[in-house]
Structure formats: structure tokens, C-alpha cells
Write a protein of this length. Structure first.
Length: 526
């Protein structure tokens, strides 16, 4: 139960830390013949093709990312909106041949390009889409219907009313083996990183379309997993996104019993390795009743970061550049594979921080609260001395912790990868895990990792909005804390993201459903 002290999550976190020794002693290798398929395919279920013509998120990317108030909070959501959200959050944007195999890239990044996050839709009936529960198949660009009828009341009961006003909820789930194939037990962290970056896209798109949206992490796990037909100890719900507003649904827990689903899917790969610690940790953070959901949702105790006594304070300065539309930024976004060791401006860095540290509409976060602190190594920023920094949100300033360029350190901390030595800036998103787990129990671990994932997704998109690149990274856990100490004493890193000037020019992705339709009909591509 999440109300416990968080000892299970802490054991997991300690057991999956990276160090020089753990990496060099690991016997793990990648069996490429057993690599999981990146697509979940249901057998013998009809598919509803999504429209190939749909709206684009045309609002200024930075405005959408910062998440200002929606213009019309009562706007109704329809199938066109849903299609736009699904494509620009998790749709296919690039198709390429690698080693004779066709591979696809998607609208949001994923660790190892393995794409473990699946999207499900719970519709109470919106224009263009009947009430039911659906799975999004990005390869076919279609919805697979798993249940008929309105299960909004059941979902509202499982979330203790958090989704009751929304005619549409998108569930983000993790198909665990798809990522564990490469990252083993540490891949549980990636559930929330990969889910978070998709959620960052989703929030920005809904903001662009003036659709009210709230991310929900407090729900009765078994009920939601059963509703979606997820296979126990193979996949699980990560988070929910309640979209739009309407009349309140009943949330009486004594409603109709949810029937079991007998679903058949194609096997992801030939063999599947088991990592029991993943499921032990996830079970320990389950919520099992509406009462537990309500208690956990209100469990956050605001934590003020440790004050720094240094005098080198640098107030953020916003960029005055006119950013591209959100659509153009999402299609351009990729994970930068080579940085050019060139500077970015302090205004660009400030804008990235301003967007990424802005308020996120989450059920467990009161207004202006956060579990995540921004630490960073600035190697090459015009207008900012090289050094390590902490972002002081109360003063909207960077406080310098150490002076001097640290290219060797930023690369070393990110598992000795040259890419992060070449980056202009490397962010380390950290949390005081001891306090989080003490206040929020084991489920606080999910919350901190997921919030970090959302903020990492915002770093990605805001960097590309400003014409620079970004790439996420794993890290040597304790070495990062030690590097930023004494200020970061007691802090734990959730995720790292490098930002800098790409050493190459990348081509933007495409709206592949439309691109492939034109190919099929023999029309000109451009």
C-alpha cells in the first residue's frame, strides 16, 4: 500500500543505482534476435481507422509549453481533437531503414527508442466516437475497441471522482518487457520517464486547443488495469489524462461489476525475462480503495529546498525570439546524437527553465508545488559563467554552486558518454526521496519519477522551440548527488537531460498517416 513508509520503493531505488562497478560487473547483453516488437497488436478485434486529416497544434510552442490558462475551458472534445492528441503525443513521425529493417520514430522520445508506453482511451461518447474503451495502434493509425458502452462511471469510481467531469480519459500504460529487454530492473524508472515525456506533449497539445486537462496518478490500480484488460505482471497503468469537461458522472463503487476480457495479442518477443523486483515495487505502491486514493492525493507536504549561502545569483532572462508553432516543434524534435560544443544563450537557457519548471496540472500537486529541483552543469552558456547551478524558483534565479567548466564531469556523470561532455548544459532533475517517501509512501516514488519525466519532456520541446537540441540520459546516481553537494545532500536524481547545439542538421519528421496515404494513392509527396 502507498500509505506505508516507502521502504519498498527505497529498496528498489538503491538496488537499481548505477555505479562504475555495477556497469562493469554486469553480465547483461542485448539479444537482438529477441528484441521486443514496438507495437502491441490485438488478434481478431476490429479496428476503427482514425481520420487522416485532423487539426494541428498551431499555438506558439513556448506559450503552449508554459501552460497558461486555456481560453475556453468549456470547449467540447471530439474525434478530431482526440486524433490530434494521439498523433502529436505518440504517433509515428519518421520511417527509416536500419540494417534492412523498417523502424519508426514517434512524436515523443523514449528510452532506447523502445517505446514501452501504450495509450488507451476511455470514452463516454464524444462526437465521432462511441462510448467504449479503445487501444491506440500507432502503426495502423487506428483504434481497437476493447469494450462497448460508457465506463466513465467505473473510471470515476476508481479515481475517486478525478475523471468524473471528463468525457474522455487517456490512460498511459507500460508494457514492461519492451524496456526491460535492454535496461533490466532499472527499467521500472523508465515507465515514468517515458510516460512523462508523452504527457508533456499531451498537455501542450491540449493547451493549444484550449482543452482542460489534468494528469491523474491516484487511482485504484487493480480496477483501472482490469478496465483496460491489462495482463497482470506484464503491463500496468502509469497515469491517466482526464481531458475536457462535461456533466459529472456517478462514482458509486457499488456499480456494475466489470466483466473480464479475454484478449489475445501477438507475443512481443520469443522469450521474456522476469524481474520480480519491478512488480514487487509496483504492488507495494498500489492504491486499493477510494479512501486510499483520497488520502494519497492529499498526502503531499510542501518541501522548501535547502537555502544556499552563496552570493553568485543570476536572475533568469527570457528569450525574445518568436518561436515556431507546437506542431513544427514536435515534428522537428528528436534525440540529439552529437553536440557541437557551441554555446547557447543565457536567454535560451532561462526560457527552457521557465517552461520546464512551470506549473503542471497533476492531481497530487497543489498550485505552484513541485517534487523536483533543477540542478545543472553549464559548460558553455553565453552570459553565464561556467559552473554548476541550482534553480531557485522563489527568486527565479540560478545560484552558482561551483565555478568552472565541467565538460569532463557532465559526461562522466552521464555514464561517461561523450555526448554529455559536448552539451552546453546538462540538467539533473532531483528530489529529496526520503521526504517524498515519508510523506507519500511508496507511490511517492512513482510521482517523483513521473513529474521528472514530464519536466524532461518540457525541456526537450522548449529546447527545440529555441533552435537547439536535447537528449535524455541515465546517470551514476550517487556520483551526481556528491557532485552537487553539500547543496544536494539527501537528494536523488530522477532523470538527466543534455541541451546544446546539434553538430548536424536534422530533417523534420512528417505526419506519416497523411504521408503514407498520399504514397498509396500515387500523389506527389511534396
Amino acid at each position: 500500500m502507498a500509505s506505508e513508509t516507502g521502504s519498498s520503493a527505497l529498496r528498489y531505488h538503491e538496488a537499481t543505482k548505477h555505479s562504475e562497478l555495477s556497469l562493469r560487473m554486469s553480465p547483461h547483453y542485448l539479444d537482438w534476435d529477441n528484441k521486443p516488437s514496438p507495437f502491441k497488436v490485438y488478434k481478431n478485434l476490429p479496428m476503427k481507422s482514425l481520420p487522416h486529416e485532423f487539426p494541428y497544434p498551431s499555438e506558439s510552442s513556448l506559450k503552449a509549453l508554459k501552460g497558461l490558462e486555456t481560453h475556453n475551458s468549456n470547449k467540447a472534445v471530439d474525434l478530431q481533437d482526440l486524433t490530434e492528441i494521439l498523433f502529436f503525443s505518440a504517433g509515428l513521425t519518421r520511417k527509416m531503414k536500419i540494417g534492412g529493417e523498417t523502424q519508426y520514430m514517434r512524436a515523443a522520445s523514449a528510452t532506447g527508442a523502445l517505446y514501452p508506453i501504450e495509450l488507451y482511451i476511455v470514452s463516454s461518447g464524444i462526437p465521432g466516437l462511441d462510448a467504449g474503451i479503445y487501444h491506440f495502434n500507432p502503426l495502423s493509425f487506428a483504434l481497437v475497441q476493447l469494450r462497448e458502452g460508457d465506463y466513465g462511471p467505473e473510471l470515476a469510481a476508481a479515481t475517486n471522482g478525478a475523471t468524473a467531469l471528463s468525457p474522455l480519459t487517456i490512460a498511459l500504460t507500460s508494457l514492461a518487457w519492451r524496456n526491460a529487454w535492454k535496461y533490466e530492473a532499472r527499467s521500472y524508472r523508465h515507465w515514468f520517464w517515458d510516460g512523462g515525456v508523452i504527457a508533456a506533449n499531451l498537455l501542450a497539445i491540449c493547451q493549444s486547443e484550449s482543452l482542460t486537462t489534468r494528469l491523474v496518478m491516484s487511482f485504484v490500480d487493480q480496477e483501472v488495469d482490469k478496465l483496460l484488460g491489462l495482463e497482470e505482471e506484464k503491463e500496468a497503468t502509469v497515469a491517466l489524462a482526464a481531458i475536457g469537461s462535461g456533466s459529472k458522472k456517478g462514482s458509486d463503487p457499488t456499480q456494475r461489476k466489470i466483466p473480464e476480457l479475454d484478449l489475445q495479442t501477438e507475443e512481443p518477443s520469443r522469450e521474456v525475462a522476469e524481474y520480480p523486483i519491478i512488480w514487487e515495487t509496483n504492488r507495494a505502491s498500489d492504491l486499493q480503495s477510494q479512501i486510499e486514493v483520497e488520502r494519497w492525493r492529499d498526502s503531499l507536504t510542501p518541501v522548501r529546498p535547502k537555502a544556499h549561502e552563496g552570493e553568485n545569483i543570476f536572475p533568469l532572462r527570457q528569450s525574445t525570439e518568436n518561436p515556431p508553432s507546437l506542431k513544427d516543434v514536435i515534428l522537428l524534435r528528436g534525440s540529439t546524437r552529437r553536440f557541437a560544443q557551441k554555446p547557447i544563450s543565457f536567454e535560451a537557457l532561462s526560457t527552457i527553465i521557465d517552461c520546464s519548471a512551470s506549473q503542471i496540472p497533476m492531481d497530487f500537486l497543489p498550485d505552484e508545488q513541485t517534487l523536483i529541483e533543477f540542478y545543472l552543469i553549464a559548460n558553455d552558456v553565453t552570459g553565464l559563467p561556467a559552473g554548476s547551478y541550482h534553480y531557485d524558483k522563489s527568486r527565479n534565479s540560478l545560484e552558482q554552486l561551483k565555478e568552472g567548466k565541467s565538460r569532463h564531469a557532465s559526461g562522466y556523470l552521464c555514464l561517461e558518454q561523450l555526448l554529455f561532455s559536448d552539451a552546453s548544459v546538462v540538467f539533473f532533475l532531483m528530489t529529496n526521496l526520503g521526504i517524498v517517501l515519508r510523506n507519500m509512501g511508496n507511490r511517492g516514488y512513482r510521482a517523483a519519477q513521473f513529474e521528472a519525466g514530464v519536466r524532461a519532456g518540457k525541456i526537450y520541446l522548449s529546447a527545440y522551440s529555441l533552435g537547439v537540441g536535447a537528449s535524455g540520459s541515465t546517470f551514476y546516481d550517487d556520483a551526481v548527488t556528491e557532485f552537487f553537494s553539500p547543496h544536494a545532500e539527501g537528494m536523488s536524481t530522477m532523470i538527466a537531460v543534455g541541451v546544446g547545439v546539434p553538430a548536424y542538421r536534422s530533417r523534420p519528421g512528417r505526419i506519416l498517416p497523411q504521408f503514407q496515404k498520399r504514397l498509396k494513392h500515387g500523389n506527389p509527396i511534396e
